[in-house]
Write a protein that binds this ligand. Sequence first.
Ligand SMILES: Cc1cc2nc3c(=O)[nH]c(=O)nc-3n(C[C@H](O)[C@H](O)[C@H](O)COP(=O)(O)O)c2cc1C
Length: 379
Amino acid sequence: MSQLFSPYRLCGIEFKNRIAVSPMSQYRALNGFANSWHLAHLGRFAMGGTALVFTEATAVTEDGRRTHGDLGIWLDEQAKALIPVAEFITSQKAVPGIQLAHAGRKASERRPWHGETPVDLEDEAQRNEAPWEAAAPSAIPYAESWPTPREMSSDEINATILAFGQAARRSIEAGFKIIEVYAAHGFLIHQFLSPIANHRSDEWGGSESNRRRFAIAVAEEIRKSIPESVPLSFRLSATDWLEEGIEVEQSVATAKALKDVGVDMIDCSTGGIGGKERPRRMVIEEGFQIPYSARIRKEAEMATMGVGFLWDAKRCEEIIANGSADMIALARELLDDPNWAFHAAKTLGVDQNYEMWPPESGWWLMKRDRLLNKLGIRS
Ligand SMILES: Cc1cc2nc3c(=O)[nH]c(=O)nc-3n(C[C@H](O)[C@H](O)[C@H](O)COP(=O)(O)O)c2cc1C
């Protein structure tokens, strides 16, 4: 009996298996609006048997976008543009999820293929994409040669908390069934959490609990804005991989504090707080972030999602079976193989005859297999 393909219930939502599509920014939105690219990009994973399909980082305010191509949901009309995406995912018996984001000091960045460097007047001349001023907990740039962000006032902080709540309400109206807050990878909430980016001396900075205040306030505001049956997940960077940054013990405490205000799941990633160099302590190998998921799941006693450099079905099965995570999320492996879930089901002996596949493809593949067998080409 496969654990990876066992159903899972969180709040009022049932997932048909434990495989999620990790958020993947496409940089293809125009003024924050979703289009047919997003439908096709996310739709193929829903057709490919994953149980939960997250949108990419979707900005809760216009200046909270990381790039000019980010999805946004600061307007009701933007939420409407996402309805076909949520509907199609649901039609494939997958759960549509949305990741809500604010880039903070990482805002006004070029798309990866334009250099992942700050937008400047050259972008305006070439693509009519003007730079804008980023806001952050403290006036500390993301990396060397990046512009210094504006330190957020208390009013701006409170307005941003409300923007997360409004974005969550719109997400539910658009048909999303689970909300994830992007509190990792050096985005705004992570900037508040980490002493590397947060040097404030008011109630939003300084002590560990003060640095956590913004994340907690965002969670509370979202919980007020969505039904109880909707699961709320936070993506955390469990460690900054830097001596002066967040360590996993603090992330366990953050997870517990979030649980207390109604967060149901922690999606466990790591890193990204600043600088372009990879920290020395960060050694990337298969499943390298899974121990963080296991630890938070055990010590905070809450559901977790494990992610990062996973591709092997048996390894993913083991992660769920040994209690390191409740769900696993894949990003690049799904770009390579959108039908990964079906192939994993075959590898694990769960679905040998294409019964999980949509009949539009499964029926033909089954017939072809029979023919290949009969001709002795494949057994
Ligand atoms: C194209 C691409 C875009 C990404 N965009 C986001 C994003 O919007 N939000 C996020 O939390 N992580 C983002 N990530 C990180 C992934 O969600 C994932 O955590 C990471 O790629 C590690 O998983 P993998 O080894 O399966 O790719 C992105 C990754 C890729 C490859």
